[in-house]
Ligand binder design. Sequence first.
Ligand SMILES: [Zn+2]
Length: 310
Amino acid sequence: MNSLVNAPKKVAVQRTQAPGFFRYAHGDVVVTALYDGYVSLDPMTLTGLTDEERAEDLTRQMHALNADVDSAVNAFLIHDGKQLIMVDAGSAHVAGPTMGKLLKNIAAAGYTPEDVDTIILTHMHPDHIGGITNEQGVGFFPNAIVWTHKADADFWLDTNTADGLPDGEKAFVQIAIDAAAPYIASDRFNTFAFGDEIVPGLITAVDAAGHTPGHTAFMVTSAGQNMLFWGDISHIPAIQLPHPAATIELDVFPEMAVASRKRVLADTVKGQWVVGGSHQPFPGIGRVRQEGEGYAWVAAEYGAPSSLDD
Ligand SMILES: [Zn+2]
């Protein structure tokens, strides 16, 4: 008698994941989401909501209670036909083995680090700035000019800042200093203020301060359509969208972070903006809808807008 159970399978199991990039047509520009990996976050470290609310939120999204939530770490490329702009840069070697896949995915997406003209940082935490420079202190992006908000540069590039940070975050200062160093040395490090048009006619810096002193969202306007790259407005979307008052211990100014999250979420719904989120589920592109007192994430559907190949 033939035994189906014991029949050896001749085809090897394939374990290679799909490349971590996702193309999205926004107005006249092509956005490419890049997956750097994931960061495990303990939902119990969020404050500003009750334990019952936290449990309800986690259960609604099928997350186990009292287990870490793995949040994606996303960066984005924006090609307007004239230049290639990158929003954030992942973490390279600075944040552990579950992250640092950005360069691999830039290559998979058909670009090279040399192609990147401009890097705009939402803020200078390790999973956003760490990926611009290698372990030897050499910049990965030889032609790129790096931009960050002046308040973040002033804060993170000052060694004294470490004194005021919790133990687990003191190393962030040296990571930011090391990452920025080759760009500062070659005069390719600039700062902006909220409201500045970083790329004229295309990208404006929007106030999202609180998570860090100069935490910035970038509004990309093309063909009359708006897409907001909101950085770390949310770290655990399952909780912080339904309960925007929930803050993560990483927030430098928690009250300001809550105010920014509430304002950005309300504006996003009102403006019906598309969102590119650093820690929304990969590819981090979607929309937000009002749900009761809070908000819910609507992921972009996989599809082929006419300006993209299928
Ligand atoms: Zn982050």
